[in-house]
Design a protein around this ligand. Structure first.
Ligand SMILES: [Zn+2]
Ligand SMILES: [Zn+2]
Length: 296
């Protein structure tokens, strides 16, 4: 087993250092591979995404580093692409112009079911329907609660079900490589307790989602980012979800979702323990020529 992370953020989005500093840190920590995954919502961007005018510069910089450090570490260029239906899709065709080595598909924003469009008025004017509210699942606890109240009337079951429904839609509709932090709603549940992780409906959501992923030839990441950023003292996915993934034969890779050099392999020992506990015997590593499984 060699340490790698294909989920790394830099100052091109919301990370703390440049890609080159991350590469140097990866070499210092004896990593064999580092993949950059700038937050992307092409052709849009929020403050924490790669800004639209900087895509070319990002791709060129990672390409430069690939060559400059070729004998020391394998470097890959990817995106953590948002799934926001009608806005942004983690699909190869969408990002083809940037020739990424891989795409991580993540859901950070969840839309409530669309409210019914207001019918055309008698005078021919049309209301645009209710404004589309987005629940920011990955935000701080306060914002997660505010969004939950605004978009789902505070109904945690409705909100979490909508999240997994969005994941399944993404898996069905997009061609990408890695499913990002699959059970992200857990991140603030320790503090906010807005849903019961042992409830039957929650387990059904997980099972249905695993079925969809298993049929799509995707790799799921173990993501230790919540530990590094002290948002939750656990990895994604939970042991229960990992067990379901293993029974369904879904391969997994190990990522740190690092935003700082010190977090490049944060809590990897805990992630490996979780893999062994849930019966996994190998991890998948991404190379220029595709996925390769290694015994753990
Ligand atoms: Zn993410
Ligand atoms: Zn990330």
């Amino acid at each position: 087993m060699y340490p790698a992370s294909y989920h790394v953020h830099t100052t091109f989005c919301d990370g703390s250092v440049s890609p080159e500093e991350m590469v140097r840190a990866a070499i210092g920590q004896n990593m064999k591979a580092i993949g950059f995954s700038a937050h992307a919502a092409w052709p849009f961007a929020t403050v924490w995404h790669l800004p639209v005018p900087r895509y070319a510069e990002y791709v060129a910089e990672i390409a430069r580093l690939k060559t400059a450090y070729a004998d020391k570490v394998e470097i890959l260029c990817g995106f953590e692409a948002d799934w926001i239906p009608g806005v942004s899709a983690p699909d190869r065709s969408v990002y083809a112009q940037f020739k990424p080595d891989y795409l991580i598909g993540s859901v950070h924003y969840v839309q409530p079911e669309r409210t019914r469009m207001v019918p055309a008025r008698a005078n021919g004017q049309r209301d645009g329907g209710a404004p589309s509210l987005l629940w920011s699942v990955d935000a701080g606890a306060e914002e997660v609660q505010t969004g939950l109240d605004a978009a789902f009337g505070g109904d945690g079951k409705k909100a979490v079900s909508a999240y997994y429904s969005a994941i399944r839609d993404m898996v069905r509709s997009c061609r990408f490589d890695i499913v990002g932090h699959l059970d992200l709603p857990r991140k603030r549940n320790g503090k906010l307790r807005f849903f019961d992780e042992t409830a039957g409906w929650y387990r059904r959501e997980l099972k249905e989602t695993v079925r969809e992923i298993a049929g799509a030839n995707l790799v799921v990441e173990l993501n230790t980012g919540a530990i590094a950023r002290k948002a939750m003292d656990a990895i994604y996915p939970s042991d229960e979800l990992l067990s379901l993934l293993r029974h369904a034969g879904v391969p997994v890779t190990l990522n740190s979702d690092a935003h700082a050099p010190g977090d490049l392999t944060c809590a990897y020992d805990r992630a490996l323990d979780a893999l062994r506990r849930t019966g996994y015997r190998e991890l998948s590593f991404l190379t220029e020529t595709g996925w390769k499984a290694e015994k753990i």
